[in-house]
Unconditional design. Structure first.
Ligand code: AMP
Length: 204
């Protein structure tokens, strides 16, 4: 079977991956998948739901095997439900791969066409965004400042090295600062040519 085609949304916590992912989900030919959303949708009393709460409430990542399994199951389920077509649509992956081990596990299955790296040198601006989000969404991993700080550390230690796993010419740095529309415009300059060169034309 042909691999899934994907664009990765990459960046530290609070850089707006979820916001941009939701906007990109409206673009024909793209299908947004956020692993954080998959975990949050689990029954909190299920074994995996309990594992998720245990790790995320401490700002830690869920173990790779559980994460990759949940992600791949969700792709199969979404395709079965007709939400996306494997050969036609491009996945926008928000929150996976988040470790080099996950990137290696996905290599045979997912063809990474481009990586949007949302950057922000001002960590305090991102901490502020996350605290605002915690108030609105009641997320356990954003509620406590020490957990937020741990998430940044985990990002630096475990997720940033993922960027070295891919060829540099596939990585596009985009400043996360500014309005969602402004950031989206910069992302679309990268995404539109990828859609064109993969001859994805949902109207055809
Ligand atoms: P997010 O909404 O992307 O910030 O994810 C919320 C939490 O879900 C993270 O802090 C992790 O505990 C867990 N999570 C999401 N994606 C992954 C992943 N790819 N690998 C491990 N844990 C993840």
């Amino acid at each position: 079977m042909s691999p899934y085609k994907a664009i990765l949304l990459f960046g530290a916590p609070g850089t707006g991956k979820g916001t941009q992912g939701a906007l990109l989900a409206q673009v024909p030919g793209l299908h947004h998948v956020a692993t954080g959303d998959l975990f949050r949708a689990l029954d909190k009393q299920s074994d995996l739901g309990k594992e998720f709460t245990n790790y995320s409430s401490r700002g830690e990542l869920v173990p790779d095997r559980l994460t990759v399994e949940l992600f791949l199951q969700s792709l199969v389920q979404r395709a079965l439900e007709g939400k996306f077509q494997r050969g036609r649509d491009i996945l926008v992956l928000d929150g996976i791969p988040r470790t080099v081990e996950q990137a290696v596990a996905l290599d045979p299955l997912v063809q990474v066409l481009g990586i949007i790296h949302l950057t922000c040198a001002d960590q305090e601006a991102m901490v502020h965004r996350m605290r605002q989000r915690a108030l609105k969404q009641g997320r356990p991993d954003d509620a406590d400042e020490s957990v937020i700080r741990r998430r940044f550390e985990v990002y630096r230690l475990e997720s940033q090295p993922v960027l070295h796993h891919y060829p540099t010419n596939r990585i596009h740095d985009v400043s996360a600062l500014g309005s969602p529309a402004g950031v989206l415009a910069k992302i679309m300059e990268i995404v539109a040519p990828i859609l064109d060169s993969n001859s994805v034309n949902p109207l055809a």
